[in-house]
Design a protein around this ligand. Structure first.
Ligand code: VG1
Ligand code: CO
Length: 542
């Protein structure tokens, strides 16, 4: 029986960089999740009887909202829902399922790398029929709907048991519970030379994958250990837990420190990797080396043709604006297109759909290709393994050879977390006010050549996104970018991105401090970071 329940709007349901993210208790307010879900059903296009995919990263509150979403789908004319067993689907696996099942869209429950648990974060994101995050036109429509909502629809029957595979009915709607790993693993098998990787592992290539107690555990156990023959124990922290073992499932040098220590130590395996809460990010390490995400994107783009799925070469590369220009050098030398988009995977969807690019990436540890419409952590791991298996060189050798061929973009991101919101907004405002007069200004040895607030016109649909981050470029090409995060749930997070290019013939083996020290000091001088935020140091350097 369909129930229509009266409700009143919340005024803070505007989706950010990647869906709506709030603290769990915030989401547990009466009708908070229901309102947002109903707004998705109201504002998204769907033929009657259409299929939608539902699943999430398994964090606390995931199963509750999966059951709610199933019951609301049944009351909103959805013909069929495809749901991951136990409500689990990694973000790239959900994207794949949407495409495979020709679904009208998907509801992905995740706050990605943010901590989970009763006091942690939760999130809801809507993906469209191409498998990718809804573009701004749709997220804006969802937000407008949340502001005027007066009722939501839900069936009063319980959702079926999420642990039992197979198809049942809920009212008029079909509910299919699927193995979350099977279709995804099959897709990976079509893209990569599993035989070559298996042979390399059998021949002595050693690896370690840290699933960080998050959703990729079951995927990595199946693919790396069972299909590729890596020994048991290769995948660590491989059982998803509702609070990610109490940690941040964020694959960077701070939150994945034990893995980094292993790879820097005397018993390091050849290859190390980690993924985030919902499985779309990746960190790549080799013995004695952490590969920056921007370098990883460039290396993957330059070597993708070594994997069967990309043997014909790649059409082009897209990167988010704050991501380093390392990929640009690859595009230039190989004569393929390079697109610079705002932060967030939703901006890659049109370029991928139009066949303009094959590989995309972000400095925030996101890399992916046209095989789905999300970034994909395990995909990046497998492409690296495929490249290692073919080139028979170490990670460090591959990266150093890459720098010798394309030059090196020294790069670091500084995050200032939970900064006072007004102070952070004031900092950005002040930068914007000074942009017009900045060109020609000198800071130490650095002279500003160009300063602007990034705006993007989508080359496919013509939509324009403004205010995407302040860029200050110096003569010689070094660059500082300032922007505020759109995924945080408390205060504001200021991100400062610092980059310096050294050509092939230049100094390729400096330490990060040596290469970027002056730029870091300049960022503080121009941004007045310490003065305005009261912070002498960033919380995270990645
Ligand atoms: C961050 C990253 C961005 C990424 C987004 C979602 O956004 O910077 O590159 O696309 O998270 O990733 P922001 O607005 O906080 O800088 V995930 O793995 O959190 O879905
Ligand atoms: Co994520």
């Amino acid at each position: 029986m369909i129930q229509t329940v009266a409700t009143t709007p919340y005024d803070d349901q505007k989706p950010g960089t990647s869906g709506l993210r709030k603290k769990v208790p915030h989401f547990q307010q009466p009708n908070y999740a229901e309102n947002f879900l109903q707004a998705i059903f109201d504002a998204s296009e769907r033929a009657p009887g259409a299929t939608i995919v539902i699943g999430g990263d398994g964090r606390f509150f995931n199963a509750d909202v999966v059951r709610k979403a199933i019951r609301m789908a049944a009351a909103n004319g959805v013909g069929k829902v495809v749901v991951g067993r136990d409500g689990l689907l990694s973000t790239p696996a959900a994207s794949n399922l949407i495409r495979q099942r020709k679904a009208a869209g998907g509801i992905i429950l995740s706050a990605s790398h943010n901590p989970g648990g009763p006091d942690g974060d939760f999130g809801i994101k809507y993906n469209i029929a191409n498998g990718g995050p809804a573009p701004e036109g749709i997220t804006d429509a969802i937000y407008r709907r949340t502001r005027e909502i007066t009722e939501y629809r839900i069936v009063d029957e319980d959702a079926p048991d999420l642990g039992t595979l197979g198809t049942t009915r809920l009212g008029e709607m079909e509910v299919e519970i699927v193995d979350p790993v099977a279709d995804y693993a099959a897709l990976m098998d079509t893209l990569f030379d599993f035989g070559a990787i298996r042979a390399a592992i059998a021949g002595g290539l050693t690896l370690r994958f840290d699933a960080m107690h998050a959703v990729t555990g079951p995927y990595a156990h199946e693919i790396l250990e069972r299909r590729l023959g890596a020994p048991a124990g290769t995948v660590i922290n491989g059982t998803p837990s509702e609070d990610f073992g109490g940690g941040h499932p964020d694959p960077n040098v701070v939150w994945a420190a034990p893995l980094v220590d292993l790879l820097m130590g005397p018993t390091a395996p050849d290859f190390g990797a980690a993924s985030d809460g919902d499985g779309d990010r990746n960190m790549i390490l080799g013995r004695g080396i952490v590969v920056t995400p921007s370098d990883s994107l460039a290396v993957l783009a330059a070597n993708a043709h070594l994997a069967p799925g990309y043997a014909r070469g790649i059409a082009g590369i897209a990167r988010s604006m704050p991501t380093s220009g390392a990929a640009d050098r690859v595009a230039q030398k190989r004569g393929i297109g390079l697109f610079e988009t705002p932060t967030g995977w939703k901006f890659f969807g049109n370029l991928l759909d139009a066949g303009k690019v094959t590989i995309c990436g972000e400095e925030s540890a996101g890399t992916g290709s046209d095989h789905v419409r999300e970034k994909d952590g395990l995909w990046a791991v497998l492409l690296w393994l495929n490249i290692l298996a073919v080139r028979k060189a170490s990670v460090a050798e591959i990266v150093q050879a890459h720098w010798r061929e394309f030059g090196r973009n020294y790069y670091q991101r500084h995050d200032y977390e939970e900064v006072d919101k007004a102070a952070a907004e004031g900092l950005m405002e002040s930068l914007r006010d000074r942009l017009a007069s900045m060109a020609g200004q000198r800071f130490g040895t650095l002279v500003v050549s160009q300063a602007d607030d990034f705006s993007y016109r989508d080359p496919i649909d013509g939509s324009v996104s403004t205010g995407q981050g302040v860029r200050i470029v110096f003569s010689g090409g070094s660059r500082i970018v300032f922007r505020l995060s759109g995924t945080g749930t408390k205060g504001a997070t200021l991100r400062v991105y610092i980059e310096r290019y050294e050509p092939e013939s230049g100094r390729l083996d400096m330490s990060i401090d040596e290469a970027l020290g002056e730029l870091v000091r300049t960022a503080d001088a121009i941004g007045e970071i310490t003065k305005r935020t009261g912070r002498a140091e960033p919380d995270v350097r990645t």
